[in-house]
Design a protein around this ligand. Structure first.
Ligand SMILES: NC(=O)c1ccc[n+]([C@@H]2O[C@H](COP(=O)([O-])OP(=O)(O)OC[C@H]3O[C@@H](n4cnc5c(N)ncnc54)[C@H](OP(=O)(O)O)[C@@H]3O)[C@@H](O)[C@H]2O)c1
Length: 254
């Protein structure tokens, strides 16, 4: 595993972010562990003195920039920022609720931009750094009842690609992490069968390896990624036949 002395992880209070933060803490890094759940973050700190809880909501621009700058001011140059905070709630155009769509975009996309507003200038000033952004294979194609989530992750993918091109000349490396289904508190809420569901520990191994490696995108499990990439390339008439079968009844449908 590549050594990063100072690491920031958003969404470190549970699931993927927590598991990844713990790996860097065990490797000896100082880690800014971010989230809204103060209790969960303080609990991590109890066993890991190098953990630095940062309590903020990534949708709050001022609070996000201030907390990240405070961490950098106290912990020193930021070597690695893992922008992972995110959420998923089903959305359904048969019962269109603008606020539900906006809430997902606010956390998954604009929340990431808020973090970048502190991370990019800091790394530019240092003259180096690595930014790993957590997207999802759901960004490859639009899936029924996940319109907001798929759109937010597609936006993360395109954003990461452009950041990689623009920031590489400034010695800032940008990486995209595209997980499939991973067993976390987020997916525990799903009431449908999740193909190729991965255990958190195995997913964490893949993420750490990807961040240490040279490739831009780390995507897993490959079988799910290939299936979705294939769906994105087939003629839309076939694609809509398949997505029609995926459409589930609304919970309130009789
Ligand atoms: N699990 C999967 O199958 C899967 C697959 C593909 C991609 N992903 C992506 O992986 C990331 C982590 O997901 P997970 O499965 O580990 O979910 P999780 O266990 O629910 O963790 C989500 C984390 O994000 C934080 N968070 C959410 N909204 C926030 C906000 N407004 N401000 C600050 N922090 C916020 C939460 O912290 P607080 O509650 O403390 O704020 C929590 O630590 C997400 O971006 C998700 O889209 C997950």
């Amino acid at each position: 595993m590549k050594n990063f002395p100072t690491v920031l992880v958003t969404g470190a209070s549970s699931g993927i972010g927590k598991a990844v933060a713990l790996r860097y803490l065990k490797a000896g890094s100082v880690v800014g562990i971010c989230g809204r759940n103060k209790e969960a973050l303080e609990e991590i700190r109890l066993d890991h003195p190098k953990a630095y809880p940062l309590i903020f909501d990534t949708t709050d621009h001022a609070a996000t920039v201030s907390a990240i700058n405070q961490f950098i001011g106290e912990a020193g140059p930021l070597n690695l920022a893992i922008l992972n905070a995110g959420n998923h709630k089903p959305t359904d155009a048969r019962d269109f609720k603008l606020s539900a769509y906006k809430a997902i975009l606010d956390i998954n996309y604009f929340g990431t931009l808020n973090c970048l507003d502190a991370v990019i200038p800091a790394m530019q000033q240092q003259g180096s750094g690595t930014i790993a952004i957590v997207g999802s294979v759901a960004g490859y194609v639009g899936l029924p009842q996940a319109g907001a989530y798929c759109a937010s992750k597609a936006a993360i993918m395109r954003l990461s690609e452009t950041l990689r091109a623009e920031l590489r000349p400034q010695n800032i490396d940008v990486k995209l992490i595209s997980p499939g289904f991973v067993k976390t508190p987020l997916t525990d809420k799903n009431d449908f069968e999740m193909p190729f569901l991965m255990e958190l520990d195995a997913a964490t191994d893949r993420i750490i390896k990807g961040i240490s490696g040279h490739q831009f995108e780390t995507v897993f499990p490959r079988r799910l990624a290939w299936s979705l990439k294939f769906l994105a390339t087939i003629p839309k008439s076939f694609y809509f036949r398949l997505t029609k079968k995926m459409l589930r009844d609304r919970p309130d449908a009789s």
